[in-house]
Design a protein around this ligand. Structure first.
Ligand code: S3P
Length: 426
């Protein structure tokens, strides 16, 4: 298992283009495959997670060619997919397994989907429930709670689903199945999760209606292949922006970053804490807004984050913990129990890894509390097989008193294969 050592930095000046958005890349591979005609994807994230989704679509019949971060997809149309000859393996990707399950539920054939040990521990009942209610026959480990899932699709009915969790994966799985139902499908969620599926479905020609926290898709749309430009991933940019705020004498810019308001919670949160983060050159790039984001060394103060804002920064909460450790006063995160069921239990991982570096964090069932500022002494950390924990530790290493070694860092390749190279630029 590979390790990396990060050394403290004295100052940082960098302008960085992080790779394409992971969520949007998954969706582009899936929708391109079930559209008619050619979809070209520019800025596709060629990380393990998204490549696994592209491979699944190939196994189900789509013709996908990749040249670096460019995909050319010859779609097979809504009814053109065929049974995959192999078990679909999503690797580490929760988005992959949940979205592909929704798609599989609409098909008049059987699909078996699984993933790595982390995926096989993550809850799948959250999608099995709505997809079964629509008529898909799904079996899974422990009575359908976990992968591997075997999905016998077809003959779906439209439903109105009141999701107990604010999850874009649950919403997207249900909407994708809804494309194949005999009537409209509506998903209501407790807070607005990322809406990339809705935006991309609309761009491909589907009829999608939003009414507050409810979204409705009309079945059997005519989806037409198109050009998709994938913005830089704000979840990847966030590591560099937080480095820009916390490192001494720093000015870090990330260009062409997706700033969909369902994803920018971390920028808002850092600003509430007094962080100097500025957005410039905001414009639409296809269905998604993009901007250049600039961060400069700031003196942060603690703050409390809870409620609807949490889902808009769910993947950045490990970074928010790191920022909180450097802020004056108390930082509190609540309503974030979803962190317990990510690639690892991220609340436990934040507490144990920041503590390895000398930072005390108090865990709560649905979040954490940190009193700052605390010194980061450097030392050794474990990734827990979780890319975002590994990268959070690496950013901590930049501002430690001594070097930080992070063990088991291969997981970074699931979302951000060029992370270490770009980190060198700081
Ligand atoms: C994602 C949704 C979120 C997020 C994940 C990507 C997506 O998961 O944490 O990294 O692309 O739909 P949940 O839907 O489980 O909140």
């Amino acid at each position: 298992m590979a390790s990396r050592t990060v050394h403290p930095i004295g100052s940082a000046r960098a302008t960085i283009r992080v790779p394409g958005d992971k969520s949007i890349s998954h969706r582009a591979a899936i929708l391109g495959a079930i559209a008619t005609g050619v979809t070209t994807v520019e800025g596709f994230l060629a990380s393990e997670d998204c490549l696994n989704t592209a491979r699944a679509m190939r196994h189900m019949g789509a013709d996908i060619e990749r040249d670096g971060d460019r995909l050319a997809i010859r779609g097979v149309g809504l009814d053109g997919l065929r049974e995959s000859g192999a078990v679909v393996d999503v690797g580490n990707s929760g988005t992959g397994i949940r979205l592909l399950s929704g798609l599989a539920a609409g098909q008049a054939f059987t699909t078996t989907i699984t993933g790595d040990a982390s995926i096989r521990r993550r809850p799948m009942d959250r999608i099995v429930k709505p997809l079964s209610a629509m008529g898909a026959r799904i079996s899974g480990a422990s009575g359908g709670l976990y992968a591997p899932l075997t999905i016998q699709g077809g003959g779906l009915h439209g439903i109105a689903y009141d999701s107990p969790v604010a999850s874009a994966q649950v919403k997207s799985a249900t909407l994708l199945a809804g494309l194949y139902a005999d009537g409209e499908t509506t998903v209501h969620e407790p807070s607005l999760s990322r809406d990339h599926t809705e935006r991309m479905l609309t761009a491909f020609g589907a009829s999608v209606r939003r009414d507050g926290l409810a979204v409705t898709v009309t079945p059997r749309p005519q989806l037409t292949g198109r050009e998709v430009r994938v913005p830089a991933d704000i979840s990847s940019a966030a590591f560099f922006l937080v480095a820009g705020l916390l490192a001494p004498d720093a000015r870090v810019s990330c260009v062409g970053v997706g700033v969909n308001p369902t994803r920018t919670g971390i920028v808002d949160a850092l600003r509430v804490m007094g962080g100097d983060v500025v957005a410039e050159a905001e414009q639409m790039s296809g269905a998604e807004p993009v901007a250049d984001l600039h961060a400069a060394t700031s003196s942060l103060r603690g703050a409390t984050f809870a409620g609807d804002a949490i889902v808009t920064m769910i993947d950045e909460l490990p970074l928010l913990a790191l920022a909180g450790s450097q802020a004056r006063g108390q930082t509190v995160v609540r309503d974030a129990a979803e962190l317990r069921v990510k690639e690892t239990d991220r609340i436990a991982a934040i507490v144990s890894e920041l503590s390895s570096l000398g930072v005390e964090v108090e865990p709560r069932p649905d979040g954490f509390v940190i009193d700052g500022p605390q010194r980061i002494r450097g030392g050794e950390c474990e990734s827990h097989g979780d890319h975002r924990i590994a990268m959070m530790c690496a950013v901590a290493g930049l501002i430690g008193d001594a070097p930080t070694t992070i063990h088991d860092v291969d997981c970074v390749n699931t979302s951000f294969p060029t992370f270490w190279e770009l980190l060198e630029q700081l």
